[in-house]
Design a protein around this ligand. Sequence first.
Ligand SMILES: [Zn+2]
Ligand SMILES: [Zn+2]
Length: 297
Amino acid sequence: MFLRLFKRFFLLLLLVQCSQLYCDSTVVDATIVVVATNVTYQDRIAAFGPRLSDEGLFGYLVLVEDIEPDNKKGCSKLKNSIEVENQIVLVERGQCSFIEKVRNMQASGAIAVVVGDNERNGLITMYATGDTSDVKIPSVFVAQSEYRAIKSTIELSKQVEVQLVKDNLLQWPLLDVIIVVILSPTVMMIFIYVLWRIRQRQRRKQDIAPQQVVGNLATKIFFDSKRQENEPQECAICLEDYVDEDELRILPCKHEFHIVCIDSWLTTRKKFCPICKRDICTPTEETPLLTNNEPTP
Ligand SMILES: [Zn+2]
Ligand SMILES: [Zn+2]
């Protein structure tokens, strides 16, 4: 019971850790730096499209809302695309999917897209389904407060040059990744093996008789002259004939064997009589001492 609970807890822990690891390797926080003031805004690079280069990406920020107020969410290609050509465009979240926005802005000539959250104040990773290999420009997501701040900066100074700073995916320590990727399955395998061994041992313990119980069973010395007609003359375990002065163990079922043979059978293999399969640990009226109930002090 305890083992099962522990195993479930461990698996859950492992799952959480794996998903965390998976998230860590896909969620990539980056930064938008306003070149003139060096003010930085946190952003998150989309799961699709190219990564940012080592030098980062420089460009002037253009608010789509300023060019086409009814297309501030970038859900269609800009009619007047000259104004966004070779610029980084800022569009608002909503109405259409992230990938649609990026595709529309790419078609309009933008070199990168910043998607600003209009509702909540947290970073999310922009995902897209299907083939996204046509996306050739990077895109990042900023939370509501950053979106508002960047917008007001643009309103104030019109020409805002920014640098989209390289994401930190490649800075993720390679050694850590290798250690985690190699060690996680190994640790799990070792854990499962240890659990399996413990379980086997427990099962084995239930199957065999305790030494003390076996030692309390009756014994006798064999003499052929005293043997009655219905008594066997050979040990059913080793199939050897009894000879005078052999030490025999008598089980509660009255079956007899060499002490060495039956003791080893009961304590290492099964707690049953090899002939009639009766459990020697089950108390009977004749053998009340075989119970494990020891007097409490
Ligand atoms: Zn024997
Ligand atoms: Zn028996």
